[in-house]
Each structure stands twice: as C-alpha cells, then as structure tokens.
Design a protein around this ligand. Structure first.
Ligand SMILES: Cc1ncc(COP(=O)(O)O)c(C=O)c1O
Length: 401
C-alpha cells in the first residue's frame, strides 16, 4: 500500500487501457507493427505535426533528435564542437545526447516566474558556434514561444522541443511540440499520458523522418521510402537486411502503442480533470495567509494553456526547505525536486564536461527552494483538500529559519 495520502503518481491505467494491451498480447505479435504505426498517425493528426515516430522512451526520442542532427545523410548536419543551448533546469537525458553526439552543451539560466528558459540569458549565451536549442518545457509550462521563435529565426538556430513533461499544453492555441524542427514526448508512468514506458519524436521534414526511422531500427532500410532504390543499388545483399545507416534499437512494443493510444484518446479529458484539481489546490493555498506568505506557486506563462504535470512551488528563504520537506513527506505528502534542480550541479556533469562556473542564479534558487507535488487522475475529496492545506500550513509555521 502507498504510504502517502497524496502521492506524486497514482495508477494511470484504466480497465480499457489494460484490455487493449491484453488483446494485443493474445495475437502473439508484440514487436513493433501496425498498432505503433496507427498510434503515430493518431498522434500527428491531433498535435498537428508532420511526422511522428514512436520510441521506447522519451530519452530515446531525445537521442534520436541529436543523432539525426549529426547524421551524414542530413544535408545540413551539425559538426563536432557545435554548441547547443540548454536550460539548466533539464532532465539528464535532455543533456547527455548532446554530449554523446559530440556537440557542446551551453547551460542557460531559467525564468524564476515560469521555470523555463530565460530568453535574455539565452540571447547572451549565443555565439558563432551556437547551432541549436534543446528547449525543455518544464512540468507543463513553457516560455514565451513567440519571443523564442523570434530569437530562433534571428540567429538561424535549430529548435528541439523536449516536450516530455508537457504533452497537451498549448501556446497561442498551438500545441507545444509543433514549434521546432524536432519535438520529443515521454509516456513514462507519471506523465500526462502513460504506457508505462514509451516515447515519441516528431519532426517537420521528410529527410529527418527517414533518418530517424532508420536509426530507430538498427539502421536498416526496410522502412524507408527509398528502400526499392537501395535494393537496386545493392543486388548482392538480401533485401531485408540492408543496413543503410548507423543505428540503435529504440523501438516500442505493440503493447505500449495500444495503451498509449487508448490514453491519448482521452488527452483532453485528462487535461480538464487534472487542471481542475490543480486549480482547487491553488485556490485553497492562495486563500491561506501562511501558505501565501511563504510559498510561491508557479503560474502559467501568458498566452499559454498548460496541461500541468504537477504543481511546482518555490519556498521563501525564510523557510528551512529540508526540514519542511521532510516533515510533509512524513505526514503523507510526496514531493520531488523540480525536474532535477540545476543540472549543472550534478556530479556527472563535473565528470564529463570541462566544468565552467556558470552563473545560473535562478536555477540555483529553484534547486535550493523549489519542489512539486503531483496531481491525481481522479477528483479529490474536500476532506483530503483540507488535510493537504493543513499539513502545509502547520509545517511552514514550524519550519521558519
Ligand atoms: C524533461 C524530460 N526529458 C526527458 C525525459 C525522459 O523521458 P523517459 O523517462 O521516457 O525516458 C524526462 C523524464 O521524465 C523528462 O522529464
């Protein structure tokens, strides 16, 4: 049994999600096939993206985006040492594919009001070597995409949107994940929709689509539109086993595809319920003087319509964060850091990068004072709402420094 009265994640699967999985298992065809293709189409149609390719995780989708950018079949490919901007508030596998692809990440500070990339710091960090932005949309929120796209165009940068935490959020009535050349999504358990594990990468151009499809599956040519031409050029090879590119195996299963598709059909419904619960909690907290004095809840960016992943908050410096978090955890409220705090502070970064002392003041503040609580899939009772509020109020009062 879960020890939390208000956990970060509850069981995301409904009977109908599981039923579709069992039906697929019964067919005996679990490896990637028509259900993956059907979900990719369903996804592209709703999000309004040109091409979508399902993967076994959001991390794999990020790896494919970066590997596509350096691929020899890409006409405009990046070269070793080219710089990629990335907000310091990022996930581990938003960052590592940049380094694993021989490119150089440059950390950018974030905006304390919306947790996303700080556009002023972003412009300051652009150099002649800057070729791309690995943008991370944080917990369902986003930066001002209109201004970001202006900078992208001004400096001719490629945009990858890591939308792993923000499926379903819109900016100016357009889904996140439709602004960049590439966008990636995660269907891990705690995310807006889930297939246990799973991900998606979308892209704008057919050239990138073909490269990614090949990289996803061993580098073979079977799935490519030019497969017939490749066969003619390689008559000495078995046509099913022609390896046209380098590759990985990052394919999802049919089981993940049907569960994700079943959940994706209800994306709007999930968004409505979760945002309703978030608004209930925010309203309750904001009407409480103690909570209001010592805790700032992050608001949506102007012109955005988020599908919140959780409820991110920043504690005042007058509160001992460790003490407060330990107390509320013990009393049944589960919390976690906002993504993983300032990622530039992680030991792995110091090991792999020539560590430069970046000034990332807002990311530091979020690292030191920020945390978030989850949002359940089903409505919460007034009793639970009052309990959560009381636990926050009582422990803020006794955690003052
Ligand atoms: C911003 C971000 N990018 C990438 C990922 C990786 O997704 P996955 O867990 O599906 O590999 C996550 C995971 O939660 C994430 O939060």
């Amino acid at each position: 049994m879960n020890k939390y009265i208000y956990p970060l994640v509850d069981n995301p699967f409904r009977k109908k999600d599981l039923k579709s999985a069992i039906e697929v298992i019964k067919t005996g065809r679990i490896t990637m096939s028509k259900n993956v293709a059907a979900f990719e189409n369903q996804f592209s149609n709703k999000i309004k993206n040109n091409f979508s390719i399902m993967t076994n995780s959001g991390s794999s989708a990020n790896l494919l985006a970066l590997q596509c950018l350096i691929n020899p079949y890409r006409k405009k490919k990046l070269k070793k040492g080219d710089e990629v901007l990335i907000p310091a508030l990022c996930w581990s596998t938003s960052l590592w594919p940049i380094i694993q692809s021989g490119l150089k990440p440059v950390f950018v500070d974030v905006d304390i009001n919306n947790l996303n990339i700080d556009l002023n710091d972003m412009e300051r960090k652009i150099s002649k070597k800057t070729k791309a932005i690995m943008l991370v949309h944080v917990l369902g929120n986003c930066p001002n995409m209109k201004l970001l796209i202006k900078l992208k165009k001004k400096y001719n940068l490629i945009l990858i949107e890591d939308t792993c935490e923000s499926l379903g959020t819109m900016f100016n009535k357009k889904f996140l994940g439709t602004f960049g050349e590439f966008s990636t999504f995660s269907f891990y358990s705690s995310h807006q929709i889930s297939s246990g594990e799973g991900g998606m990468i979308s892209c704008k151009s057919r050239e990138d689509y073909e490269i990614i499809k090949s990289l996803r599956s061993h580098g073979w040519s079977r799935d490519l539109s030019i497969h017939k031409k490749i066969i003619k050029q390689n008559k000495h090879l078995d046509e099913k086993f022609i390896f046209y590119n380098s590759g990985y195996n990052l394919r999802p299963t049919e089981v993940s595809a049907v569960i994700a598709a079943s959940q994706f059909r209800d994306l709007d419904k999930f968004k409505k319920t979760k945002n309703f619960i978030r608004n209930q909690i925010v309203k309750k907290f904001r009407s409480n003087n103690v909570i209001n004095n010592y805790l700032k809840i992050i608001d949506p960016t102007h012109n955005s319509d988020p599908f919140w992943f959780g409820i991110p908050m920043i504690l005042s410096d007058k509160i001992n964060r460790m003490k407060f978090i330990n107390l509320i955890n013990k009393q049944g409220l589960e919390t976690r850091p906002i993504i993983s705090g300032n990622f530039a502070k992680q030991p792995a970064v110091k090991k792999y990068l020539i560590y430069k002392k970046y000034k990332l003041l807002n990311a530091d503040k979020i690292n030191d004072n920020g945390f978030f609580i989850g949002i359940p899939f089903n409505k919460i009772s007034d009793n639970l709402l009052n309990k959560i509020c009381n636990i926050f109020e009582k422990n803020l009062q006794i955690s003052k420094v």
